[in-house]
Structure formats: structure tokens, C-alpha cells
Design a protein around this ligand. Structure first.
Ligand code: KG4
Ligand code: ZN
Length: 342
């Protein structure tokens, strides 16, 4: 199975055989977005067009697979940036028609969960243990899922109502004068700071919010609080304690993410939590998730980082699971759907 992923700024093409990873090629347009401080949809779409052909060729070569040996093609049809998705969907349809292979359109978020069947080292892989709660955190999404069956029963419990977690890291990094992408920069700066130096707000965690937004997230208020705090210090002519601000901000994001994910596990009686998305690289998120899951008797799974960030192998892996569960291929009339529900 060859999988194509273009929902954001990564052109991902991966090849799997069942749960075995054969190749996972990624071309990112991150550097082109750096000077704008965030992903520019038009730039991403054009970069996908340029990267697609070489990425497909590289994935086939790395896996030592000829195009005619493929059983099927899979592609992310949403959610994501419309123009970016269209490039992947167009490429996948063209390949499927030209090679006469079945085509599977899959959901990007469920793909992140599907990544867990793969072993990044190319080992035999394993089924996703269900039921599981999945927390997906990246520059484009912050979603909490209840997965009962990877190929048929996935429920969206909540998501961000404004910025994604990674986006919040990127925006706060800019406030602190750190380069894009800001997540790794803040993570690094935070290592030398005190997480309780400044008490930043935990969005949507007050009792009044929890009734309606128990599993939703909000990071824009936190970002504004950091901006205001920094502005006050700067106006007063004081030196900015960058490490403390970074550590305190990181703590606020991680606290909310892990609290809500663990709550979901406890409320739903699901003793498993799976993490996915680029923010999983965050050292403090991994630490706090491990601590709180251990306390609550929840088994924590974190796939290898190369499978957590957006990639084509996770899309192929999910489609392979769909085939094995007896799902029919998609008909060619589907299109890119930027708000595709799970
Ligand atoms: O999944 P991903 O590679 O792709 C997109 O969302 O497109 O995630 C990238 C996001 C960026 O916002 C980046 O700042 C964030 O993940 N990120 C991190 C860390 N490493 C990457 N955020 C916090 N801590 C990190 N160590
Ligand atoms: Zn993603």
C-alpha cells in the first residue's frame, strides 16, 4: 500500500505491507514558511506540487517496490489545508487510474492513530490496542479521540476552539523573539527555566467551561496572557526572563493537554492513551503524560517521532487496516475536504 499525505506542509509518501513499514519519505516546505512565521497555504500547495513526483519515486526506490507491484493507493482527503490536500488527492487519483489500482481516501486524524500499527525500525508492527483515547497535537490540530475500532468507530471528543497547540508554541516563540518553528525553541529554552515562575491561565479548565467544553482546548487566551506579561516587563525596562516564561508557558499547555486526556480516559473507562502529532516531541509533555498516566493506571503509547509527525506511511497503514477489515475502495468522485469529520 502506498500512502500520500499533503494536509499541511509535509509532502509525505510512505509504503507499507500490512503493519510492516517499507519506506517513509518526507519533504517539508517548513523552511519556506519560516520567514512568514507560520504555514502559508498557497506556498504549501505549490511546494507539494514540486515535491510530489520525487517523493513518490524516492518512496518506491527505498522500499524496492515497482509501481505495478502496489496493491492499492491511499491518500489523505481531509481535514487540512484545501489547496494542499488537492495536490495529494490529484496525485493519488492519477496514480490509481494510471496503474489500475484501488484507491482509499482516509481521514488524516485517524491516520495519526493508524501510525501506531507500524514499527519505525521496519519490524512486523502490531494492531492498535483498542479501545484507546488518542491525543493528537500538532501545528494544525489539537484533537481528543475515543477510538473503539480503528476502521469503523472513532469518536471526536473535543478539539481546539482557536489555535492548535503547536501553533500556540510557534506564536509564543515569536513573542519571545525565537525563530520558527517555535516548539523546539521553547522546549529548549524552558529546560533552564522554572515551570511555576509565572502562573499562566489554563484555557477552558474552569468549572463553568468544563460543562460545555470538557474535552475542548483553547490556547489563544494563554498566548495573549504571555504577550501582555512580556509587554509589561519590556515597558518597565526589565530584562525578560525568557527561560522562565518559556517553562511557565510550556507547563500551562502541557497541564491542560494531559489533564483533559487523562480525564477522558477516566470518564470513558478506557485505560489507554495514545499520543500523536509533532508536539509529541515536547520533553515536558512526554514527562507529565508518563507521570499522570502511571498514577491513574493508564497505559501510555507514544509511537516513534518519525511516525508522530505528518507522514505518508500512517495513511498507508490505516488504509491497509481498512482493506483487511473488508472495506471497499473509494470511488473516484471524492475530493479534498478541509473539514472532513472523523
Ligand atoms: O506534526 P507536525 O510536524 O506538522 C504540522 O503540524 O504541520 O507539527 C509541527 C508542530 C509545530 O507547530 C512545532 O512548533 C511543534 O509541532 N513542535 C513542538 C516541538 N517540536 C515540534 N512543540 C512543542 N515542543 C516541541 N519540542
Ligand atoms: Zn497531523
Amino acid at each position: 500500500m502506498l500512502g500520500i499525505e499533503t494536509s499541511c506542509d509535509e509532502t509525505g509518501v510512505g509504503i507499507v505491507r500490512g503493519t510492516r513499514l517499507l519506506s517513509n519519505t518526507i519533504a517539508s516546505s517548513m523552511e519556506e514558511h519560516a520567514r512568514y512565521g507560520g504555514v502559508v497555504p498557497e506556498v504549501a500547495a505549490r511546494a507539494h506540487l514540486e515535491a510530489m513526483g520525487p517523493a513518490i519515486e524516492a518512496a518506491l526506490a527505498e522500499a524496492s517496490v515497482r509501481p505495478d507491484e502496489l496493491d492499492a493507493i491511499a491518500v489523505t482527503s481531509g481535514p487540512g489545508l484545501a489547496g494542499a490536500l488537492m495536490v495529494g488527492v490529484g496525485a493519488a487519483k492519477a496514480m490509481a487510474v494510471a496503474l489500475g489500482k484501488p484507491l482509499y481516501a482516509v481521514n488524516h486524524l485517524v491516520g495519526h492513530v493508524g501510525a501506531d500499527v507500524l514499527d519505525a525500525g521496519g519490524g512486523p508492527g502490531h494492531p492498535v490496542e483498542v479501545p484507546t483515547i488518542a491525543l493528537l497535537v500538532s501545528g494544525g490540530h489539537t484533537s481528543l479521540l475515543h477510538v473503539r475500532d480503528l476502521t469503523g468507530d472513532v469518536e471526536l471528543l473535543g478539539e481546539t476552539i482557536d489555535d492548535a497547540a503547536g501553533e500556540a508554541f510557534d506564536k509564543v516563540a515569536r513573542i519571545l523573539g525565537l525563530p520558527y518553528p517555535g516548539g523546539p525553541q521553547i522546549d529548549r529554552a524552558a529546560a533552564a527555566g522554572a515551570p511555576n515562575a509565572i502562573r499562566f491561565p489554563r484555557g477552558l479548565s474552569l468549572p463553568k467551561d468544563m460543562a460545555k467544553h470538557r474535552y475542548d482546548f483553547s490556547f489563544s487566551g494563554l498566548k495573549t496572557a504571555v504577550a501582555r506579561w512580556v509587554e509589561q516587563k519590556t515597558d518597565a525596562g526589565e530584562q525578560l526572563p525568557v527561560a522562565d516564561v518559556a517553562a511557565s508557558f510550556r507547563e500551562a499547555v502541557v497541564d491542560v493537554l494531559v489533564t483533559k486526556a487523562v480525564n477522558a480516559c477516566l470518564d470513558r473507562g478506557v485505560p489507554r492513551l495514545l499520543l500523536g502529532g509533532g508536539v509529541v516531541a515536547n520533553a515536558r509533555l512526554r514527562e507529565v503524560a508518563a507521570e499522570r498516566c502511571a498514577e491513574a493506571g493508564i497505559a501510555l503509547r507514544i509511537p516513534a517521532l518519525s511516525l508522530c509527525t505528518d507522514n505518508g506511511a500512517m495513511i498507508a497503514a490505516l488504509a491497509a487496516q481498512l482493506i483487511m477489515a473488508g472495506h471497499e475502495p473509494s470511488t473516484l468522485d471524492f475530493g479534498a475536504d478541509s473539514t472532513l469529520p472523523v
